[in-house]
Design a binder for this molecule. Sequence first.
Ligand SMILES: C[S@@+](CC[C@H](N)C(=O)[O-])C[C@H]1O[C@@H](n2cnc3c(N)ncnc32)[C@H](O)[C@@H]1O
Length: 261
Amino acid sequence: MPESIDSKSLSRQRYAQFADGYVTSETHARGSDLDRLLAIAAPQRQWDVLDIATGGGHTALKFAPHVREVIATDLTPRMLEKAERFIVGERGVKNVRFQQADAEDLPFNADQFDLVTCRIAPHHFPDVPAFLSQCARVLKTGGMLLLQDHLLPDDDTSARYVDAFERLRDPSHNRAYSELEWRALFADAGFSVETAEHYIKRHDFMTWTQRQGNDDATIAQLIQMLRQAPPIATDWMSARDWGTAQATFVNRHIIMRGRVC
Ligand SMILES: C[S@@+](CC[C@H](N)C(=O)[O-])C[C@H]1O[C@@H](n2cnc3c(N)ncnc32)[C@H](O)[C@@H]1O
């Protein structure tokens, strides 16, 4: 579909341009959500893991010491080069392989992996049902899907507002989902939901805009959107120290563990 092709080209273009920032990003590299993912998965030594949309490779790096092998994949070749340089070149990790792959069309066999991880990325995918059905296909029977992504409020008006705010900052943000929507998507793809929890990431507003190279006009529009947000969206984004250089706001995430039924 042309719409999907455009959206994927945009992701590739933007993540090639900003690849370094996603390797060094504190929020991606050092968030306590990585510890939480590891605890929820409780990985085993013999596991084969697929990390989808690896970005700077932080999830792959977190899981590598605990499993047999991680295959780290991404749509953007330049992002993969940077992740490989970081994980293999700088960290000397030996059991992570890198391969270009579209999340919606995975180049792997059926029943290949014990665990599939995908952290802070599905909001880019134009066809999330296709992504989830690919996850179900490549997982072994009883295999685990561990997903973390932006979460939207159940209130539709506020959900659309929060989503538009994210898309203004990064036009390759396709759309995020509420917990109810995620549960329905998992069920439709044949996953039972074993755990679902929320995680709050507080961002330094200026660092967050710089990571996507926002110009002054876009930053001004983002500030205006935060100021004019409807009440539920205002609570959801929970901005602090507004109007100062230390301004922060909140991204809410969902972490879901699913099992192929
Ligand atoms: C925010 S980064 C991911 C962060 C990373 N998972 C981590 O744990 O730090 C988003 C990534 O999604 C990738 N991406 C976007 N669309 C994709 C698709 N259709 N298939 C695979 N990767 C995709 C981008 O290239 C980018 O590297």
